[in-house]
Design a binder for this molecule. Structure first.
Ligand code: NAD
Length: 382
């Protein structure tokens, strides 16, 4: 690769077991006074939400703890009313991609009434009025990116749409592996495969750059080694730490490149067919890799190498990597067919049509011009 164009965002990352104890000091340093916590019930039940509220102390003004998967638009409106009423100046997202996605959507919604600048394409140096602090507790990677998805109830079917704005890229990210020790095996597995998928799609992305490729390779290496250990023994702090490093690298790669077919399909399967994001990832990843095999064998071979597959033939290495991913998904007890997660065969043509409209599908390294190509991939996974 001899040409590239990449954008990075001003973000402070604090990583380490117990890192969350540094939250209050960081909030003071940034000067935020009135913070809203966005989280979900499971994080209330396991005590992590309470820990964050105590750490924020009087700076914590409210908690929205009914975060739902895929960020339904109605929920953004509900949380926005609370954020407005409390005149918040920063949002703390504790949880997976859903909590972080909701906080990003709120950040942008709160921005609009507080700025009088005319509409234009945002620049990477634009700073938010109401920034997001992300404390990720899954491996989905949203904490590093300037993107979020919301699900709109459109006539006939719900549709997940993505919004990109540098202002929503979280300004402070605290990775604390101790918060992931009680992440259930199924969520560990599914969001871990999501992180692996980010690395693989970053490696063959049409907009890859030297840093995204380096992060993605290293991400694959850590994830391939740590994910089975985290699944087998959830409270293995060393494995959880390595897995979170992998997720950080995956998120870093994801933040700077265009994704492809795999990502576009997972959004449609989530927003329209209601499949959990990580589960959609687990089913689709080997199929998307196979679809791209001939066009991207050298890049897939880099993923293979990071998994410990040694071969001088890139095509053979890539082929083995696809098998390895498929076996890993099975070993982690994740579903491997769309029919097993409630997707009806009759829905495949409609899902393919929707996916064809996605920016990610349009940016796939092997060009996709026809819904039939997408439908064939969905059928193979059905
Ligand atoms: P999620 O956020 O929906 O979380 C899954 C479940 O795990 C939830 O029930 C949550 O309460 C629970 N949970 C999370 N952490 C826990 C913990 N430590 N202990 C116990 N339970 C815990 O799922 P996800 O896969 O993390 O995120 C998926 C969403 O994120 C999708 O909407 C996806 O589109 C989006 N996403 C966005 C990006 C981006 O760059 N914008 C990247 C990846 C995913």
């Amino acid at each position: 690769m001899h040409e590239f164009h990449s954008t990075f965002y001003a973000q402070e990352v604090i990583f380490g077991a117990g890192a969350v104890s540094g939250l209050r000091e960081a909030v003071d340093r940034f000067g935020w006074q009135r913070l809203l916590l966005c989280t979900s019930r499971s994080l209330r039940q396991n005590g992590h939400a309470g820990r964050i509220e105590s750490a924020l102390d009087e700076r914590h003004v409210a908690t929205f703890e009914r975060v739902l998967p895929h960020v339904p638009e109605a929920q953004v409106a509900e949380a926005l009313a609370l954020a407005d009423e409390q005149r918040v100046d920063a949002l703390v997202a504790l949880g997976g991609g859903s909590a972080i996605g909701l906080a990003k959507a709120l950040s942008l919604a709160l921005e609009r009434p507080r700025t009088d600048t005319t509409a234009r394409d945002p620049l990477p140096t634009d700073q938010p009025k109401v920034p997001v602090v992300a404390i990720p507790t899954t491996y989905a990677g949203s904490e590093m990116t300037p993107v979020y998805g919301v699900t709109r109830d459109e006539p006939g079917a719900a549709r997940k749409v993505t919004v990109t704005d540098p202002k929503v890229a979280p300004k402070l990210i605290i990775y604390d592996p101790a918060l992931t020790l009680d992440l259930a095996p199924a969520v560990t597995a599914a969001t871990g495969i999501n992180a692996l998928a980010h690395c693989i799609e970053a490696l063959y992305s049409v907009t890859r750059n030297p840093l995204s490729s380096a992060a993605a390779r290293e991400g694959v290496r850590h994830i391939a080694r740590a994910l089975p250990r985290c699944y087998a023994v959830g409270d293995d702090l060393e494995a959880r730490t390595e897995m979170l490093v992998g997720a950080y690298l995956a998120g870093t790669a994801l933040a700077t490149v265009a994704m492809g077919l795999h990502h576009g399909l997972c959004h449609v399967l989530g927003g329209t067919a209601g499949v959990a994001h990580g589960v959609a990832n687990s089913i689709m990843l080997p199929h998307a890799m196979r679809f791209n095999l001939d066009a991207t064998a050298p890049q897939l071979a880099l993923a293979a190498q990071a998994m410990g597959i040694m071969s001088d033939d890139p095509h053979a290495a890539a082929e083995e990597a696809i098998q390895r991913v498929y076996s890993l998904v099975g070993q982690l007890g994740l579903p491997q067919r769309l029919r097993d997660v409630g997707v009806a065969e009759a829905d495949l043509p409609g899902l393919a049509q929707l996916a064809l409209r996605s920016r990610a599908v349009q940016a796939n390294p092997r060009p996709i011009t026809d819904a039939a190509q997408v439908e064939a991939v969905l059928r193979a996974a059905w």
